[in-house]
Design a protein around this ligand. Structure first.
Ligand code: AOF
Ligand code: ZN
Length: 338
């Protein structure tokens, strides 16, 4: 097992916690001596012990001199919990391998010097495993640095770009494989956001219907407060009532959401909200699921109501990857950052 292999095991532990730790990052750690696993752990919830603590406490023997692999730089100051660097020193680890440095300005690389000063060897990963560790905390990184959540916009479209036919009836355009994929995605974000029209037409629960999935914030973006009581519950945030949204400043709305501890937002439409978010440059990731269907009906509901632009100024995205989902196809794009 190489360093990258052990870090991959730590990353798997972190990955299982994505969507459960907000506003904290998902972090995993393993402790190893002479190629033998002594212990492992992950951060399970904000306010709870960090991955390093759970890992070191699970060790089957004294970890003195052993190597700790952790997907994120160990914290060096006291937050809701004491600094992990202190514990690593107290347990006299021999070496620490860090998946990626912490973008949190409170830490931001300080652990490397602190641990080295204590005579502990420190390596910071590079290459694909480092990319994977960074990807695990991308929403946390954006939120802690900018005060804005990471925003994923998901749209299920016909090949000609519609999200519903002329009857506007709530019907799934995509097949069961795509629906299951969306359920799993919901389980991995902190909040699911939709526009008022979608709420009125579909009354979506927006919760991941999976066993054991934590309940998510539902954010209803509604300028006219036209939401029916049946659409409200203790996990629902009304943009106007709870987030100070006045119908204009979507960035301020997202900032207010981030201040509530939401780092990772999935917007599931409708077309007006989706277009406004894209127009405002607030989308980090666009997820389009194309169903192999064509409506050709101008009265059908467009998936994206963005301001019209000439080809020379077209909103242009960077393709990330594509995934077949039964008969449908998921295309993932990231926004081009200035
Ligand atoms: C985590 N889990 O496993 C690691 C974190 O308020 P606290 O004490 O929980 O500190 C949160 C900060 O600690 C967090 O913003 C991140 O910078 C750092 N590392 N956090 O929640 C972990 N290793
Ligand atoms: Zn810590």
């Amino acid at each position: 097992m190489t360093d990258a292999d052990w870090l991959a095991r730590a990353a798997d532990l972190a990955d299982a916690q994505v969507g459960r730790t907000a506003p904290n990052p998902a972090v995993g750690a393993v402790c190893v001596r002479d190629g033998r696993l002594l212990g492992e752990g992950a951060h399970l919830r904000a306010g709870g012990p960090h991955a390093e603590v759970n890992c070191l406490n699970s060790c089957t023997e004294d970890p003195a001199g052993a190597t700790l692999y952790v997907t994120l730089e160990p914290c060096s100051t006291t937050g809701r919990t004491p600094p992990c660097c202190d514990l690593i020193r107290a347990k006299r680890l021999g070496r620490v391998v860090i998946g990626c440095l912490d973008p949190n300005p409170r830490h931001a690389g300080r652990a490397v010097d602190l641990l080295r000063e204590a005579g502990i060897a420190v390596d910071v990963a590079e290459g694909p495993i480092a990319d994977r560790c960074r990807a695990l905390i991308a929403p946390f990184a954006k939120a802690i640095v900018t005060g804005l959540p990471y925003l994923r916009l998901k749209l299920a479209l016909t090949l000609d770009g519609y999200i519903a036919d002329g009857t506007r009836a709530a019907r799934w355009i995509t097949g069961p494989e795509a629906r299951d994929w969306v359920q799993r995605l919901r389980a991995r974000v902190d909040a699911v956001m939709v526009g008022a029209g979608t709420v009125r037409d579909d009354h979506p629960s927006l919760q991941p219907h999976l066993p054991d999935a934590p309940r998510k914030w539902r954010v209803l973006v509604d300028r006219h407060t036209s939401i029916e009581p049946r659409d409200l519950d203790d996990r629902t945030l009304l943009a106007t009532r709870d987030l100070g949204y006045t119908g204009h400043d979507l960035a301020a709305l997202l900032r207010a959401l981030c201040a509530k501890g939401v780092n990772d937002v999935l917007c599931e439409g409708g077309g007006t909200l989706a277009g406004a978010l894209l127009d405002a440059g607030l989308v980090d990731e666009l997820l389009v699921i194309y169903a192999p269907k064509i409506l050709g009906d101008p009265a059908a509901v467009r998936g994206l109501a963005i301001a019209p632009r000439p080809l020379s100024r077209a909103l242009t995205l960077t393709p990330l990857d594509r995934l077949p989902l039964g008969p449908d196809t998921l295309l993932r794009f990231v926004s081009q950052r200035p």
